[in-house]
Design a protein around this ligand. Structure first.
Ligand code: GTP
Length: 596
């Protein structure tokens, strides 16, 4: 297809605002899928995605659309909707010239949508504001059209009103995509430069790579080069998706499609990388490439220790399709053999854990998630800490922690509440805007560690569910952080060590010791539970012994016999002490780790 007739766009929407339903409707109206053959929500492939109602992996579908006497090709590029996948979102946006901003006419815009809208604007995409679900009785199209117009500029009357469910307004939207979104431009005679915006592992075909061609062209059977690694591959197959793969004679300027090279691991076909011809390579890559960087770590352990090899195999399998997943073996006194796993964020963690449990039938315990700390010691040595129990004990010059730029949308009545919460969490306010009379956007710089710890639940419960949150990495900052250890019988329980702000060490210590006291069953002896910063104990609880009254049997004054019995009991206690922490059933650890 000639570039003038191509339109590349994506849909930016909050979860549940109806992106999949609208996409389905478009596929149907353009004749790409027959109504009868239409599988609900064609774009979401994986079960988990469908069940959780989220889209993780982006894909692209090509649709024909006639406007006037011109036959156009529309490429709809699916973007992941969630914060953890900001980098993937940014690459999908970079493959488009325009974006449909889809907002539920009964809900208005949410923080997540706002964040992605700003990304689209930074990428200079043409934005088409659209209100969806206008068939709902609760829809308030006038109110939200005003909000959208304020946000993207333009007239409220210009905001399209559609219903993905009934199909109302969707043809007009397709027309508008052709009218408003610029056609791609590129140099057809230059060496090829195609950007990878997604790559997916397929059991039968190996890695399927989705690309957008910027300059030049790619043809089947030629050799291509991945510019970040200089690795070359043969192009075994090239084509477009509509909605099933259709082999083509190649892809030219502005086109969007897929490549198959026979590689078996998505790490060999990296999102953001530039593909060029091996025979006539481009000198400069497209830019914008970066390695996925794990932001949140957690220890994953099988509940049943004998599942360890199965867990390793399962992680190896997941890794084939998830370039951001990384892990290494770890052992814990409390939990045995497991892995320290790095994730892009909390949702990524949850998804991986759920896939491990569901697809691989594993029962897992995970330690409280933590961020990565950069610690500089007095002698200049730098240490990256991904596991709190490995926080160095020596003289520390500086600790740096990751921070994020958070956007929170809330009804105006909750402004004070939200500011209070962010303040508690060491947040710094960067700004605030009223989107409409009763809705406010607040912007904060917050330590990622604070967000990882229960922030979202707190935000939701304090605003009765009305606030929404999004965040993106914003570098790091120095902070006064200390490690709090939890000791049972004087033995450190590695799984409970945490790195917290000095001012919060006491609170964490009190909370954790109290919780463990509830959970740990009484023993034959007294079990002190202590929280300590370095050698200093900051909180203490005691699980009292089930004291067997060994003296009950001896009446009278036989003091030597009494002493002997007490002596014996002490011996017993000592033995117990030696295996101290082991006496704690694993269930107790699981309970302690999961209840926050
Ligand atoms: P994710 O895939 O989770 O991002 O969600 P989504 O934005 O794709 O939303 P989806 O299309 O799954 O729709 C969410 C819910 O809204 C579903 O229950 C749909 O049936 C419903 N829905 C979608 N579009 C409309 C519409 O135009 N009108 C009405 N009344 N309901 C709609």
């Amino acid at each position: 297809t000639a570039p003038e007739l191509i339109r590349n766009f994506c849909i930016i929407a909050h979860i549940d605002h109806g992106k999949s339903t609208l996409a389905d409707r478009m596929l149907q109206l353009t004749g790409v899928v027959e109504p009868r053959a239409m599988r609900a929500q064609y774009l979401d492939r994986m079960d988990i995605e469908r069940e959780r109602g989220i889209t993780i992996k982006s894909q692209a579908v090509r649709m024909p659309w006639q406007l006037g006497d011109q036959a156009h090709a529309l490429n709809m590029i699916d973007t992941p909707g969630h914060v953890d996948f900001t980098y993937e979102v940014s690459r999908s946006l970079a493959a488009c010239e325009g974006a449909v901003l889809l907002v539920d006419a009964a809900q208005g815009i949410e923080a997540q949508t706002l964040a992605n809208l700003y990304l689209a604007m930074e990428n200079d995409l043409e934005i088409i504001p659209v209100l969806n679900k206008i068939d709902l009785p609760a829809a308030q199209p006038e109110k939200y059209a005003e909000e959208l117009a304020n946000l993207v500029g333009g007239d409220p009357d210009d905001v399209l009103k559609v219903s993905g469910k009934t199909g109302a307004g969707v043809e007009a939207l397709l027309d508008r995509i052709v009218e408003r979104i610029p056609a791609p431009v590129g140099d057809a005679d230059a060496p090829a430069r195609a950007m990878i915006f997604d790559s997916v592992y397929d059991t039968y075909r190996g890695v399927v790579t989705y690309v957008r061609v910027i300059d030049g062209s790619l043809s089947p059977r030629e050799r291509i080069v991945m510019m970040s690694t200089r690795a070359t591959h043969e192009l075994l197959e090239i084509g477009v998706i509509s909605p099933d793969p259709i082999v083509t004679k190649g892809l030219g300027v502005g086109e969007v499609g897929y490549l198959i090279t026979g590689v078996k691991d998505v790490r060999q076909s990296k999102v953001g990388d530039t593909v060029t011809n091996a025979g006539k390579p481009a000198t400069e890559s497209l830019g914008g490439y970066s390695e996925p960087k794990p932001m949140v770590f957690s220890g994953l352990y099988p509940v049943d220790g004998s599942d360890y090899p199965a867990l390793r195999d399962a992680l190896d399998k997941l890794k084939l399709n998830d370039a951001a997943l990384n892990y290494e073996p770890e052992t814990s006194v409390a939990l045995g053999f497991g892995f320290r796993v790095g994730f892009l964020g909390l949702l990524h963690l949850e998804i991986v854990r759920e896939r491990l449990e569901r697809e691989f039938d594993l029962d897992l315990i995970s330690t409280a998630p933590n961020v990565v700390y950069d610690v500089t010691l007095d002698d200049g040595t730098e240490v990256k800490v991904t596991n709190p129990s490995e926080f160095p004990g020596g003289k520390i010059k500086e600790v740096r922690e990751p921070v994020v730029r958070a956007t929170i949308l809330a009804p105006s009545e909750f402004v004070g509440t939200v500011m209070g919460l962010c303040n508690d969490r060491r947040g710094q306010m960067d700004g605030m805007d009223y989107l409409s009379e009763d809705r406010v956007e607040l912007r904060f710089t917050l330590p990622l560690a604070e967000i990882v710890f229960d922030f979202f639940d707190q935000l939701k419960s304090r605003t009765r569910g009305y606030a929404s949150l999004d965040y993106e990495p914003q570098g790091d900052q120095a902070a006064d952080l200390v490690k709090v250890d939890i000791l049972l019988q004087g033995d450190q329980v590695d799984a409970f060590s945490a790195i917290v702000h000095r001012e919060k060490a006491y609170d964490y210590g009190v909370m954790m010791t109290a919780k463990l006291k509830e959970i740990i069953p009484r023993q034959q002896f007294e079990v002190p539970i202590q929280a300590a910063v370095g050698a200093r104990v900051i909180a203490r609880e005691t699980v009292r012994a089930m004291r067997k009254d060994v003296l009950a049997k001896c009446y009278g004054g036989d003091i030597s016999r009494k002493r002997k019995l007490l002596e014996k009991q002490k011996e017993g206690k000592k033995r117990m002490k030696n295996i101290g922490s082991v006496e704690v059933p694993k269930d107790a650890f699981i309970a302690a780790l999961s209840s926050d």
